[in-house]
Design a protein around this ligand. Structure first.
Ligand code: ADP
Length: 264
């Protein structure tokens, strides 16, 4: 991929720390994602990948560190939590909303509202959170559904769709928010093997169109194909990062090598 422009960071993460009880899940994570760049976050189960991703979307509240969006807030978590009056003493609502305004998450399980049709699911965020006029939101949603081959499913309910179709609607729902940054949390790990390809194809197309994304994935072949940078996380620290061809073929660190050997 060659959409990256080194001068334009979409998000800059510094020193993320997060503990649950005495379990230090993130121990100082730095991450830069530039416009048009695709970053694949890989690592063993429990290494902190999902926690990093959720921290970029206001879903997780780290104990310390900063997240700065190019066209949004600089969130200093320690300070925000100290001054916060939000739920659980967490991020103030305005900060959380500002982060959600910049990033959109595609979950492992699509998380569609079961009682809403496809189109209703897709326009929910734009209309109710972003205050986009309904007709405009519908027109945009129809365009996006057509792009992922689901125009005719507009009025279907989620239970009427295959897992792969549901996940494609999940992707469209994120796109409809027009975020600067798309976040994917193991988007294919809940799918039957024969449905994985259609979802990875959509994500690959988005990468080719220049969307900026961070993808947590166990699909190493996919990471090799789609990512500009692969980041290997283990035990809450970034052990190694680099171009896929280098890191996945010829890792410098023993821990990376052991992880990749186990996968192959
Ligand atoms: P990964 O995505 O790499 O599998 P996660 O970020 O999901 O890792 O989790 C890292 C560690 O943090 C795991 O050991 C997990 O059990 C723990 N963890 C995550 N969320 C919570 C939580 N809300 N409460 C307690 N422990 C948690």
């Amino acid at each position: 991929m060659s959409h990256t422009d080194a001068s334009s960071a979409v998000v800059t993460v510094r020193g993320l720390r997060r503990s649950f009880g005495d379990h230090e899940v993130l121990r100082g994570v730095d991450l830069d994602v530039r416009r048009g760049e695709v970053v694949a976050l890989i690592g063993p189960s429990g290494s902190g990948k999902t926690t990093v991703l959720r921290s970029l979307n206001g879903l997780e509240i780290p104990d310390g560190g900063t997240v700065a969006f190019a066209e949004g807030p600089l969130v200093d978590f320690a300070a925000a939590v100290a001054s916060g009056r939000g739920a659980r003493g967490g991020l103030p609502k305005a900060v959380r909303f500002a982060m959600r305004d910049r990033s959109a998450m595609v979950f492992q399980h699509h998380n569609l509202f079961p009682h809403m049709t496809v189109i209703e699911n897709v326009i929910e965020g734009p209309v109710h959170v972003k205050r986009v006029p309904k007709a405009e939101a519908i027109a945009r949603a129809e365009g996006l559904l057509a792009r992922v081959g689901l125009a005719e499913k507009r009025d279907a309910y989620p239970f009427e769709l295959s897992g792969g179709q549901q996940q494609r609607v999940g992707i469209v729902r994120a796109l409809a928010l027009q975020p600067d940054l798309l976040l994917f949390d193991e988007p294919t790990s809940a799918l039957d093997p024969e449905l994985v390809g259609e979802v990875l194809d959509v994500i690959t197309e988005l990468a080719d169109e220049g969307w900026t994304m961070v993808i947590v994935t166990h699909e190493i072949g996919f990471a090799r194909q789609v990512a500009d940078e692969v980041v290997f996380l283990d035990g809450g620290v970034i052990v190694e990062r680099g171009a896929p061809a280098e890191l996945l073929t010829n890792p410098k660190e023993e821990r990376t090598r052991r992880f990749l050997d186990r996968l192959l």
